[in-house]
Each structure stands twice: as structure tokens, then as C-alpha cells.
Ligand binder design. Sequence first.
Ligand SMILES: [Zn+2]
Length: 133
Amino acid sequence: MLLPYRFCLPYNDYMNKDLIKKIEKKLKEKKARLETELASFAQKDTKVKGDYDTLFPNFGTNQSSDEEATEVATYGNSLPVEYALEISLAEVNRALEKIAKEEYGKCEKCGQAIDPKRLEAMPEAKNCVKCHN
Ligand SMILES: [Zn+2]
């Protein structure tokens, strides 16, 4: 029985440079999008790389308790969004680091190459389909 071609190719041939370039572009676009989104309501934490703090909205000092409640609600609603965006951003940055180190496309669990189709659909994938499930 013949092995599928992908098991016969060394890693570098399997993950071809054009595909990596394409994925890197995608990741950079996503990174820019996430950073813009985060910057719209959160302040970048200069002490912690990749961390953002949600800004506490301020509607002024002479305000009714109603307005104060709105401030708190706005802040509370932004936190889970900030958290989710931060996680996505960290994943994108991690994938970009792996491209720089020429380790991109390897499953972090078993070390096998991740299916390029999976990487195209989800550039920040860390595991192959087998390890993911
Ligand atoms: Zn794996």
C-alpha cells in the first residue's frame, strides 16, 4: 500500500513557503484588526506585553446614580469582550512567532505536520486534527 504523499515528504516540503506567506499575511491582518478593536475601548497595558485594560467610562462628575449605573454596566460588558479579543490576539502572535522561528505548522502535541487545509481555515491552530479532538 502506498502511503499518502504527505507522509513521505519532509516537513519543509510539506509546508511550502507560499502557503506560509499567505498565512502570515492573514495573521498580520487579523492582528491589526484585533488591535484596532481593542484600542477602541481598552488601553494597552505598557507593562504587560499583549495585555489591555478596559477603560472605565467617565460621563462626568456631576451625575445621577442612574448614570453611575450605566458606567458600571458599560465597564462590565466590555470585560468579557476584552478578554476574548486578548486571547485571540495572543494566539495570533504565537502563530506569527512560530513562523519567525520556522516552526509553524507543527502540532504542539505530537509534532506531526498540521494539515495545510486546517491551517488555511484556522491559521492560529496549534494542534493537528487528531490531537485537537
Ligand atoms: Zn497532533
